[in-house]
Design a protein around this ligand. Structure first.
Ligand SMILES: C[S@@+](CC[C@H](N)C(=O)[O-])C[C@H]1O[C@@H](n2cnc3c(N)ncnc32)[C@H](O)[C@@H]1O
Length: 261
């Protein structure tokens, strides 16, 4: 019951912030809402290992306190991120976009037992989000595994010590800067040779693939800048010879990227 009402609340919020402009985007938009509340989504959640009660409480607290809580990854995606950290045997993780710390905490759980070098460094510029994340991290018992940095992510990335590289880099902040984040990470050599970049929301509620079709026939000005930025990012990555990538149509669309070495 809670799950259903929380989905309806999120749909109302998404509607408010991302109004559907015309029939071009309508189809993709409503398809994405169906995915959020679909029987498959609920079935997937019901058949995925339960998270720790602490992570669950952070997810629920964020959903009840923040009208923009749809920005946070779902609990299934949180579990997927923890899996990725464990499977890749990552020691150092970098996250761009902390929000209330939920995904950073999921990834920190995946680092347990990986020694004294294990760390999630997570970047956030919004002071309110930063403060809530700090509280959540401090009371989690995982504080020793997470370093939270306040400031604009590009500035922070430019000042990070690149002597220690990162094995997994999760890009989940402002979509207009995705290409900048990607380039800065590669140019500053922050990604280890075996490392992966994970870029979130690359299909953005089913709207990004609509842009590609629309380009030929319709006016792009009617499509939100977020969607255009994500399409530009996807095109940029697909044409970049420095890396190999796979765009997965799961969650809100995620791309896994590796360096060609
Ligand atoms: C999608 S949310 C992150 C959600 C989080 N990864 C999770 O799943 O729990 C994006 C966050 O990035 C932050 N952000 C946006 N632009 C930023 C920037 N230029 N530098 C640092 N943080 C930024 C926002 O304030 C927001 O908290």
């Amino acid at each position: 019951m809670f799950y259903r009402s929380s989905i309806l609340k999120r749909i109302a919020i998404i509607n408010r912030f991302f109004p559907v402009h015309n029939s071009i985007s309508k189809q993709g938009f409503y398809r994405s809402l169906r995915v959020l509340s679909s029987p498959d989504g609920q079935y997937s959640a019901a058949h995925t290992t339960k998270q720790s009660s602490y992570l669950e409480s952070i997810h629920e607290k964020t959903a009840s306190l923040f009208s923009n809580s749809h920005q946070m990854v779902s609990s299934v995606q949180g579990t997927f991120l923890k899996f990725l950290v464990q499977m890749s045997k990552a020691t150092r993780v970098l996250e761009i976009g902390t929000f209330t710390g939920y995904s950073a905490l999921c990834m920190a759980e995946g680092l347990k037992g990986r020694g004294s070098e294990a760390k999630v460094v997570t970047l956030e510029k919004n002071i309110e989000h930063f403060k809530v994340a700090k509280e959540n991290i401090e009371s989690s018992g995982l504080g020793h595994l997470i370093e939270l940095k306040l400031g604009d992510a590009i500035d922070t990335l430019l000042n990070l010590d690149n002597a220690a590289q990162y094995d997994l880099i999760f890009i989940d902040a402002d979509k207009g800067n995705y290409i900048n984040y990607y380039n800065t990470v590669l140019e500053r050599n922050l990604l280890s040779d075996d490392g992966i970049i994970v870029a979130d929301n690359v299909l953005f509620r089913g709207l990004v693939s609509q842009v590609a079709k629309t380009k030929e026939t319709k006016d792009l000005s009617q499509i939100s800048s977020t969607v255009k930025h994500l399409h530009s990012f996807n095109e940029y990555i697909a044409n970049d010879r420095r890396t190999t990538q796979v765009l997965l149509p799961c969650f809100d669309g995620i791309t896994l990227i590796r360096k060609n070495v």
